[in-house]
Design a protein around this ligand. Structure first.
Ligand code: CTP
Length: 397
């Protein structure tokens, strides 16, 4: 979702201990420029208070089918009118059963039946309740009815047991809910992305690296996933968590990154090389920590393999997208790099303004010329990059 497009969501809470996670979910959604209208079942209010949800959503919370505050006195219709999506999180076993059978005896179930927008549910329950044939039957029916079922996850449960039934974490849920709005321009594509710096070992405790945070590469991987692709992310050392639904392979050196890319590239349609790969690596890394003395120390460095150039020069290469962080003469260096590496598309930026930052200003270079993307959060830039690739890729093969 782009920052400029505000989404209107109805967030429904049903009775389950995971209801406390809906507080964080609301905060995350609002942070992404969504408006959140909270509707709670009676049981949900036993687990988290309406006052908490009201404070976090910044609007009144509705629980009652007969609530007189709604303009025309028809809360069950009015609250979802104009909503882009209804998400029910947590969705209890009882609520899934009601949805599957079209029962509507409270505000939330009535809203779900009277809606004309997509409905997403995030089940949360004890493992035996989840595995029960009745629940599984209901979930299959909901899927057949076009309702998206997000999760559940497996892990430790409030009841002390362990297994399937935990609600997805708020971060994953927020990602999945917002991804729903992105156009599926990459549906059916397999995408490989590299991200982060590499670390080239000097000795047991030292190495050569750079300040790349991995934020842009992770944003590109997430945007590709949101657009419907199957995504593999090969990342150098970063502190970032893997985006939801993406296969991640963590590596350290340029050589290891090359190995991981070569293992995955054969089946990919699009390769997006965002990593800030070290250009040189120590020729003779030491097993043990080197001791200092007063003399000048010279390090012998050998060039690392150019991963992108390697991939782009394959017999049947995927659609290759390069990145270039330049400290000066951006256009000239970027175009030269694009030609040298035989890339249909290269995204360039000024290194000092983007490395490690949350925002960046990009210029895309392709056969048609240059396309500036004014400064914006990296996820937003990544979504624009994906849209640009989606316009070029079909014509290229
Ligand atoms: N790249 C790569 N492997 C390398 C070096 C770079 O795959 N060993 C990729 C980067 O991921 C990026 C593109 O090549 O997509 C350009 O990287 P950059 O470091 O800007 O360019 P270099 O080719 O290393 O040239 P220079 O350092 O001279 O600017």
């Amino acid at each position: 979702m782009s920052k400029s497009a505000q989404r209107r969501l109805v967030l429904g809470l049903t009775g389950g201990i995971a209801a406390y996670k809906a507080a964080e979910l609301t905060r995350l959604l609002i942070g992404q420029n969504a408006t959140v209208q909270v509707v709670m079942t009676d049981a949900a209010t036993r687990f988290i208070s309406a006052a908490t949800m009201q404070a976090l959503s910044g609007g009144p919370v509705y629980t009652d089918l007969w609530d007189g505050r709604v303009d025309n006195g028809m809360a069950h219709i009015e609250l979802s009118r104009g909503a882009d999506l209804i998400a029910v999180a947590p969705a209890s076993a009882d609520f899934l059963a009601k949805l599957a059978h079209g029962l509507c005896d409270d505000l939330l179930s009535t809203l779900c039946l009277a809606r004309d927008c997509p409905l997403l549910v995030a089940p949360a329950m004890n493992r035996q309740m989840w595995e029960h044939p009745a629940t599984q039957r209901n979930v299959a029916q909901l899927r057949a009815d076009g309702i998206a079922v997000l999760g559940p996850d497996s892990g430790s449960q409030a009841c002390g047991e362990s297994g399937m039934g935990r609600m997805l974490e708020p971060e994953s849920l927020a990602d999945e809910i917002l991804a729903w709005f992105e156009p599926k321009v990459f549906a059916g594509y397999r995408v490989l992305v590299t991200a982060g710096p590499t670390f080239e070992r000097i000795d047991a405790v030292r190495g050569i690296t750079n300040p790349s945070s991995g934020k842009m590469g992770f944003a590109v991987a997430r945007a590709a996933k949101e657009a419907g692709a199957e995504v593999t992310l090969v990342s150098g050392p970063t502190t970032l968590a893997a985006p939801t639904g993406i296969t991640i392979k963590r590596v350290t050196s340029a050589q290891e990154m090359l190995g991981a890319v070569e293992a995955a590239v054969g089946t990919c349609d699009i390769f997006i090389s965002v990593a800030a790969v070290a250009d040189y690596t120590p020729l003779n890394p030491q097993e043990q920590k080197m001791k200092k003395d007063a003399r000048i120390l010279s390090l012998e460095l050998a060039p690392t393999p150019d991963i992108l150039a390697n991939v782009a020069s394959r017999a049947n290469p995927p659609f290759c997208v390069g990145f270039a962080a330049e400290s000066e003469r951006l256009d000239e260096y970027a175009e030269a790099k694009r030609k040298r590496k035989h890339l249909p598309l290269l995204a360039a930026n000024i290194a000092q303004q983007s490395i490690g930052a949350d925002e960046s200003e990009l210029i895309l270079f392709d056969d048609q010329g240059r396309h500036p993307l004014p400064r914006a959060p990296k996820l937003e830039q990544a979504r624009k990059l994906i849209a640009h690739i989606a316009r070029l890729y079909p014509a290229s093969h």
